[in-house]
Write a protein that binds this ligand. Structure first.
Ligand code: EPU
Length: 431
């Protein structure tokens, strides 16, 4: 287990560069096996999920090489292998191998995906999609076995019950090589879906309407990657640094941003009174003055992202008066960070899955635990704001999703260290 040690209270300033989007990357790596030719991804973030996906590729005899921010994947010698256990459990996104293997081989055997502890995360819509394309889906010994009919998958019209990011991406991957036309109605509209469609279209797929709620896919025989694909910037990492800059920044410029991807987030931050200047692909966050309390409800894109409700929570604590309300409609039980913030002196509570936030003059250091990636981001910001030393246990969860985080925070002037947790529990508890 890793832990992040923070000596907080230092104002931060300078420049930070956002990496490629985690939630694109973790789909594009499995999608790479749809190509008959080598794939090059540029702007790949240094996160643990990438290492885990590379290990899974290796199990299928797919070579990969990650240098700086370029990931080369060669699926020319791929063998169809079951991916029943092991690494598959270590990340949610391993479920993309279902759609990718099905699209490439007409068969997938994949263990039930693992991932963050943020409440129930069913995959019924993914399965409904595969079945609509003609596949037979069976569950056996904690594995999902998906088999296309003998004459291959065929196009179909699929109405999703909700705009699921994972189901939309998985159905796209399975249907790019199906016979005929597939239509996904009520599809997710996240920028990461457009990124996947662009990546596949550049390999010869015919996907139209990505970014709208109706996506149409004309099946093609095979895909062949040619030019490198540059991954879009991570809007959630960007939002995390915007919150950090507003909480404890003394003027921070955040580079490599697509501002439009952050519209609903920026609207809320600016409603609080944070002043932000936008440039072509960067934002400058001024040191914050007296801030107003706000209410937030998460929603599917282009609404306020569930992945940004935890990172913005410390900012609400700095408001001068009033009661803040945060409701996560995507994952109502994504509230594990609240008990941890309370350990740091935050005046915050959860009632019936509604987070109620009250102004808090000063957080203090504590030993806390990051139950999932975004809870980790929230605690990291709180630790930087707090007086004294904060120890974030399970910091592995932060490393799963935040590109070169120690380096980036240090560049802004933070006193932060990521280290292996000591075996001795007493040592670990000392603050
Ligand atoms: N849902 C179902 N059935 C399904 C699929 C989804 O009921 O078959 C429900 C979920 O329970 C949830 C809602 O639909 O209430 C939306 O879930 P979605 O499928 O969109 O989420 P996901 O694809 O599993 C991705 C990201 C999450 C992010 C969500 C929402 C990846 C690997 N994960 O998950 O990212 O929170 O979309 O935007 O892309 C994170 O980065 O911290 C993270 C958890």
């Amino acid at each position: 287990m890793k832990q992040m040690i923070i000596h907080g209270g230092k104002p931060l300033q300078g420049d930070v560069w956002i990496g490629g989007a985690k939630n694109s990357t973790v789909a594009l790596i499995p999608a790479s096996i749809l190509s008959r030719t080598p794939v090059t991804l540029e702007g790949v973030p240094r996160i643990a999920d990438v290492d885990n996906l590379m290990d899974l590729l290796n199990e299928m005899d797919v070579e990969s090489d990650f240098h700086e921010t370029t990931l080369r994947i060669n699926p020319e010698h791929i063998k169809m292998s079951p991916l029943p256990t092991g690494k598959i459990k270590s990340l949610r996104a391993s479920y993309y191998f279902m759609g990718a293997l099905l699209g490439r081989f007409g068969k997938a055997i994949v263990g039930f995906p693992g991932g963050d502890d943020i409440g129930p995360r069913p995959i019924d819509q993914h399965i409904k999609g595969f079945e609509a394309l003609g596949a037979c889906v069976k569950n056996k010994n904690d594995q999902i076995i998906i088999t296309a009919p003998e004459d291959g998958l065929h196009g179909a019209t699929i109405h999703l019950k909700m705009p699921s990011v994972g189901a939309t991406m998985n159905i796209i991957m399975a249907s790019v090589t199906a016979k005929g036309q597939t239509i996904i109605d009520d599809a997710a509209k996240e920028p990461e879906i457009i990124d996947l469609a662009t990546f596949l279209n550049n390999m010869g797929a015919t996907i139209r309407g990505a970014g709208t709620d109706s996506i149409r896919i004309e099946g093609v025989k095979e895909l062949r990657a040619q030019a490198p694909h540059t991954i879009i910037p991570d809007r959630i990492e960007a939002g995390t640094y915007i919150s950090l800059a507003a909480c404890i920044g003394n003027g921070i410029r955040i580079h490599n941003i697509i501002e439009e991807h952050l519209d609903s987030y920026l609207a809320k931050v600016e409603e609080m009174g944070v002043v932000i200047d936008a440039d072509e692909d960067s934002l400058y966050v001024y040191p914050a003055g007296a801030l107003k309390m706000i209410q937030i409800k998460t929603a599917a894109y282009p609404g306020f992202a569930t992945d940004l409700q935890q990172p913005i929570t410390p900012l609400l604590l700095t408001a001068k008066k009033g009661e803040g309300v945060i409701i996560d409609q995507i994952y109502p039980k994504r509230t594990g960070h609240i008990a941890q913030l309370r350990k740091m002196g935050a005046n915050i509570k959860v009632e019936d899955n509604i987070i109620l936030v009250h102004p808090t003059k000063q957080l203090h250091g504590a030993v806390v635990s990051a139950g999932e990636i975004r809870a980790g981001a929230c605690l990291m910001i709180a630790g930087l704001m707090a007086k004294g030393k904060t120890v974030i246990n399970n910091a592995d969860n932060i490393l799963r999703g935040y590109d070169r985080v120690q380096e980036k925070l240090r560049q802004l002037g933070a006193d932060v260290k990521i280290q292996d947790a000591p075996d001795n529990k007493d040592e670990e508890e000392k603050v």
